[in-house]
Design a protein around this ligand. Sequence first.
Ligand SMILES: Nc1ncnc2c1ncn2[C@@H]1O[C@H](COP(=O)(O)OP(=O)(O)OP(=O)(O)O)[C@@H](O)[C@H]1O
Length: 350
Amino acid sequence: MISGVSVAGATASIALKLTIVGCPAADTIERDVREAAASVSGISSVDVDVSIMTRAERDALTDKLRGGRAKTVQFGPDSLTRIYAVTSGKGGVGKSTLTANLGVALAATGLRVGIVDADVFGFSIPGILGIAGATPTQVNDMILPPLAHDVKVISIGMFVPSTSSGQAADRVVSWRGPMLHRTIQQFLTDVYFGDLDVLLLDLPPGTGDIAISIGQLLPQAEIIVVTTPQPAAAEVAERSALVARQTGQKVIGVIENMAGLAQPDGSVLDIFGSGGGADAASRLSTAEEPVSVLAAIPISIALREGGDAGLPIVISHPDDPAARAISALAGQLAVRGRGLAGRKLGFTVT
Ligand SMILES: Nc1ncnc2c1ncn2[C@@H]1O[C@H](COP(=O)(O)OP(=O)(O)OP(=O)(O)O)[C@@H](O)[C@H]1O
């Protein structure tokens, strides 16, 4: 996007080409360019000349970003990106809160991370990451996702028309199977994620259409199930994992969220009971596919407040017990290799 840089004395002149007229990120990009140029030693003033790319320049940009690859679903069988689909049996168990914080914690370890918020009825990832209202930039037929804490984020909520109050309209409720499938397919095809180390998918709770679409579009996705410690919640969570398994995906583990609340006297109050995560994991385990409890995340007021304020606690309160548990989980996932599911092995049978 930088078409020219010249320096005369202590003044840097920079020609910046935005992709489209009315680019939603124009101010941010111009400010970032100014700051970057001003940080160079010897530069005391910066002139930025902002113009708009021509059609040919836009085409060249999208070709370059696509790296010569045909327009197709990214993260195909040969992709090295590890894909974790986070699911739950029912809503409100903290799936989105954990996915968002996990993404930020993974990015903080230096990995390239993307999040697809596919929770149609409860899309909340942008709000939790502090980018509510952010819209992706469209360049030709390529969609550039907003960035939050170094995580590329795309959400169904970014494409739903807003009401006058700024809330996403209830139109989304009418989206059923084929429409949802096309939307997820479009996210995976048109959104420019670049080379990612990890892609997290926030699935809607339950055993719905999206889970089945993900099974078809991303058979190598591995499933992480979130449940509260309550036995009844764990049973429902188990069902959503079983649907994912029926579509050929591997269930790798369970996160028990809203585990015991630490009391000032050092004791732990199990508001939602205990043991649900371990129960779900043991019932989902098979001889070929052992499922473990990946993490137990305690109830945390800071985690809830961070979600409301758009400040992930893995950054704002890294010492909070919930933040520590999420970061430890990120550390575990960061070193896992990409499984062989869906990947072509380089030999043939003769
Ligand atoms: N460990 C926790 N301690 C305290 N509050 C939590 C915890 N985890 C999540 N919450 C809070 O619980 C509420 C529900 O969380 P969240 O929206 O992430 O759930 P969800 O499973 O994604 O729900 P849905 O799928 O219906 O969107 C939020 O207010 C969130 O801040």
